[in-house]
Design a binder for this molecule. Structure first.
Ligand code: GLA
Length: 666
């Protein structure tokens, strides 16, 4: 179990370093991420490296028994780099330059940036690849965090190469993007630009490919660094820190290139429900690479600096969120950062060692958690605990939120998270996976929820069909199976792949009044629906025109209000050994709960522990059950086993607000 933080010793005089190490030991720190923003200190001028100070820090840490997750330091190019090579600076869609003076001012596809980064990483790798203190490599930092998309000339040139590689011929590109529309037909790849500011809507195929390209450019930077590290003989695990559901980078693809997934998470302590979003994030990152425990690379000990108002965490809340992460698969808790900065944009950001010193609640909580984590034995890894799959797919996130749709107010992540909350309130274990990973059978899932699978590959439709055949319960829709991977309609209407499985036809999408429309708008904002399977509930965004197309399909709920009143809202068809349901609307929070309760019961999915209130969460990790009271009334939890921290038998737990327990239930 790792415990620690980002360590930025270059912000402090060298005399302080020994004190840092002594305090780290006091806090139970086992590992620090070192050098993330040290480029200008390591390489003060092009061609000149200064490693003497870094040698001394690493040796000090090593002598103190603190392991190092060594950064490649490429996240914030030094001032000389931007001054000498302004072409490495990124640009927004209007051509405005992101200037230096902050951080991350680099165009990921810039050949100059990549050359400079490669030189830096080579020097670092050659020096430290076999240093005994270095147990992990931290490539760059939060790729894409501040600059989601780059539209610079470097991006333009790289995009053309990326397209050539993907399509090989310009005819194939024209076919994929449907460029006969609006006179967009290209004669060569050299005529293509990034989707910079244009008079009106861009070509949707181009936009979607620009998203893929952006994710790929960031990934190429990661892969370049990884190859350099391996080439220099580094054998330690290599990672880069993710940011949960981060739209610009398709982490489902990235994860296969990381030895372990690490993640940064900053749930808002002011939001009493943010622990559910945090749980979503933990389940997502665990599901990206389920066979390897992940690492919480950054969280805050207390207040932040970057929200409009940065309230402190409640007493105990930091430990409760840490327990949540471990219960959901993490093998380490680290913070941004070790010692609170004295200057710079993040000086108000909390740290393990606060500016106000060790006589603080933060320090007491940090040292207490360090002690508890040190008492934990090795925890189960790679166990398959979830019977429910929630489908989450980056390409659909990109495609669903493109413009010019029947409903342009769809927040893909918000819809997926609404379903997640309904599952989380019922204390069932959930994996969050792309459609290709929805498998049935004993080693798979009993229930899969697949909302908004607008973009569908044939292989994904085949996976969902096989899941149902194997006995799985699928709940799909709405706005599903509409386009192919190039964002083009398929011949034969909509639901061309899943329609047969569900036994339905879909004629139109029945968009309801957009969520942000003025209250005076005509048209329906929501559509009520009910039936024997689901009592009266409310749908939003869509009230699709669905009709039965197979004799063995049934209507489980119908719309009861609005233009679709009397028509199917929820259909079901028994297919193979399973059930395929289609929901023609997005239920509101309450409606999603009603639907989830019914499909959980129908699929026979049990909670990890029964009878818990909604402010208490529970997760399984093999034989380990973690229960966390996320800030509500005291609760009694009947559970028998061995407490993982105390090593003692328990027959029940009493947990006050923010108290938690981990119990082996053999
Ligand atoms: C991110 C960064 C850190 C720091 C924190 C502040 O996670 O990786 O360097 O800026 O945010 O919350």
């Amino acid at each position: 179990m790792h415990y620690g933080a980002d360590y930025n010793p270059e912000q402090w005089p060298e005399e302080i370093w020994p004190d840092d190490v002594a305090r780290m030991r006091e806090a139970g720190v086992t590992m620090v991420s070192l050098g993330i923003f040290s480029w200008s200190r390591i390489q003060p001028r092009e061609g000149e490296f200064d490693f003497a100070w870094l040698d001394r820090v690493i040796d000090l840490l090593h002598e103190g028994g603190i392991a190092v997750d060594l950064a490649t330091a490429t996240a914030s190019p030094p001032p000389w780099a931007s001054a000498t090579y302004p072409e490495l600076l990124p640009q927004d869609e209007n051509g405005a330059v992101y200037w230096p003076g902050s951080r991350q001012q680099f165009a990921p596809s810039s050949p100059v940036y990549r050359r400079l980064a490669a030189e830096l990483v080579t020097a670092i790798a050659e020096r430290y690849a076999t240093h005994p203190a270095v147990v992990m490599w931290h490539v760059n930092n939060e790729y894409g965090c501040h600059l989601n998309m780059d539209y610079s000339d470097a991006a333009r040139d790289a995009f053309r190469r990326w397209l050539l590689d993907r399509y090989e011929t310009v005819d194939a590109l024209n076919a994929a993007w449907g460029t006969n529309f609006w006179s967009q037909r290209y004669q060569s790849f050299e005529e293509v630009f990034p989707p910079r500011k244009a008079p009106y809507s861009h070509n949707p195929g181009q936009l979607l490919d620009y998203r893929r390209f952006t994710s790929d450019m960031l990934l190429e930077c990661y892969l370049m660094e990884r190859e350099i590290l391996r080439g220099a003989g580094a054998t330690q695990p290599i990672t880069t820190n993710f940011m949960g559901a981060f739209k610009p980078a398709n982490y489902a693809e990235w994860a296969q290139h990381l030895d372990l997934v690490s993640d940064d998470a900053y749930p808002d302590p002011n939001d009493p429900e943010s622990f559910r979003a945090a749980a979503f994030q933990r389940d997502l990152v665990r599901s990206l690479k389920p066979e390897v425990p992940w690492l919480l690379m950054e969280q805050a000990t207390n207040a932040l600096n970057w929200r409009p108002a940065n309230a402190p965490k409640a007493p105990g809340q930091m430990a409760a969120l840490s327990a949540q992460a471990i219960g959901r698969g993490a093998d380490g808790i680290l913070f941004f950062q070790w010692r609170q900065s004295k200057a710079g944009a993040e000086k108000f950001h909390s740290a393990m060692l606060p500016h106000a010193g060790t006589g603080t609640r933060t320090w007491r909580e940090v040292t207490a958690l360090g002690e508890q984590l040190a008492a934990l034995p090795t925890l189960p890894a790679g166990s398959h605990d979830a019977r429910v799959a929630l489908v989450f797919d980056w390409e659909n996130w990109w495609a669903v939120e493109a413009s010019d749709h029947p409903q342009n107010g769809v927040d893909y992540l918000a819809v997926v998270q609404r379903w997640y909350r309904a599952l989380h309130r019922r204390h069932v274990q959930v994996d969050i996976v792309p459609p290709s990973r929805v498998v049935g059978g004993a080693d798979g899932y009993d229930l899969a929820l697949a909302p908004l699978l607008y973009l569908m590959r044939d292989s994904d439709a085949a996976a969902l069909t096989a899941f149902v055949d194997a006995g799985g319960h699928l709940l799909a829709g709405p706005f599903t199976d509409v386009v192919d991977e190039y964002d083009r309609f398929l011949d034969g209407g909509f639901l061309t792949r899943l329609g047969e499985l569900c036994g339905i036809r879909l004629e139109d999408f029945g968009a309801l009044v957009a969520p942000d429309a003025p209250p005076t708008s005509l048209g329906e904002r929501e559509a009520r629906f009910s039936g024997e399977f689901v009592p009266e509930a409310t749908g939003t965004l869509f009230a699709e025109e669905v009709s039965l197309a197979a004799t063995d399909a049934t209507v489980e709920a119908s719309f009861t209000s609005g233009r679709r009143a009397g028509h199917p809202a929820l259909t079901a068809r028994r297919a193979g050994r399973g059930v395929a349901r289609y929901l023609a609307t997005v239920p509101d929070e309450f409606g999603a709960q009603l639907v989830v309760d019914r499909v959980l019961a129908d699929a026979g999915v049990a909670p990890v522990l029964p009878g818990l209130p909604e402010h208490v969460e529970v997760a399984r990790r093999g034989e380990l059950v973690t229960v966390v009271n996320q800030g509500g009334a005291r609760v009694d939890v009947p559970i028998t086993g061995v407490d993982a921290v105390a090593g003692e038998r328990v027959d029940s737990l009493q947990l006050d607000a923010y108290e938690w327990a981990m119990v082996f239930v053999r």
